[in-house]
Design a protein around this ligand. Structure first.
Ligand SMILES: [Zn+2]
Length: 295
């Protein structure tokens, strides 16, 4: 059987070859040997199933491949992914927008610029010749609040007496006005500069016009400065007083000119004639408004 199996494997069971082999082994005549050959071939073929049983291994491999295919099935899933990917891609696109996450970064930068802007306010003032210091300690009452409170002692050669506590941005506007427009008007009307701004008030946690129950004044936010008058470089004095429109004295003309020029740089300008509370000083503030309020 071993030999026969070997024949079958080596020669594929050719009938003619097996018949001739049978004749040699058994010594039968041709007719009988033919029948024997058929029987051998049949036996050989019957052995094949056993071999086929061995071959199934290669078939098992395909089965394993099929097992491997299942992972290949996930591949069709990847085929689904392309469909899913487009959906994810739009999500990825927002990610590139996320890469615009540098956008959120600008926000942190904006936040960073706030403290920088705050310090730049002081820096600006000092660069322009102001003597100014931060005074966060000057604002302690909870109902009032001042954005970056500072104490402005002087602007160039002009002193503030007493030094007002103001929000830094308002202090900058005051400093600009004093060193610019106000000094120019003093020079034009008096032929000299200003040595001192006589201050009647600045930051103060109170209601408007000091009235009980009144809404908070701009003074409560450090956005207002009350000017009683100015001392000129030549020693002269100008004081804010009620003056008739017909009054053509230099003090009257200077007072009208200052009030007019201040309207714009400051959003609120009040003085003598506005009401009973402003006969002895001019009130300048930087209250946020759509248009200045001056009267
Ligand atoms: Zn005031």
């Amino acid at each position: 059987m071993t030999e026969r199996r070997t024949r079958c494997e080596d020669h594929g069971g050719y009938g003619g070859a097996i018949a001739s082999r049978a004749r040699l082994l058994v010594g039968l005549s041709a007719p009988w040997s033919g029948l024997l050959a058929l029987a051998l071939v049949a036996g050989c073929l019957s052995v094949l199933p056993a071999e086929a049983a061995d071959t199934p291994h290669p078939r098992d491999k395909p089965a394993e491949d099929a097992v491997d295919n299942p992972p290949a099935l996930p591949e069709p899933a990847p085929a689904e992914k392309p469909a899913g990917k487009p959906a994810e891609k739009p999500r990825d696109k927002p990610l590139p927008l996320g890469s615009a996450a540098p956008t959120p970064e600008p926000a942190p930068e904006a936040e960073a610029t706030k403290p920088e802007a705050a310090s730049s306010c002081l820096g600006d003032l000092r660069a322009r010749g102001a003597k100014v210091v931060a005074r966060p300690d000057a604002v302690t009452q909870a109902r009032c609040g001042v954005e970056e409170p500072v104490e402005l002692s002087s602007m160039g050669a002009v002193l503030f007496d007493p030094a007002p506590i103001l929000a830094c941005d308002t202090a900058r506007k005051v400093a600009d006005f004093v060193s610019g427009t106000l000094s120019e008007l003093a020079s034009k009307h008096y032929g000299t500069g200003i040595s001192t701004i006589r201050v009647a008030g600045a930051y103060e946690c109170r209601g408007r016009n000091r009235q009980p129950g009144a809404r908070l004044s701009e003074h409560a936010f450090g956005r207002a400065l009350d000017m009683r008058g100015v001392t000129l470089a030549d020693g002269g004095n100008f004081s804010v007083l009620p003056r008739a429109d017909k009054d053509m004295t230099v003090d009257a003309r200077f007072q009208r000119a200052v009030r007019k020029a201040a309207c714009g740089p400051f959003t609120t300008v009040l003085g003598p004639g506005s009401d009973a509370y402003h006969d002895d000083h001019m009130h300048f503030d930087t209250k946020p408004r759509r248009s200045p309020y001056c009267r």
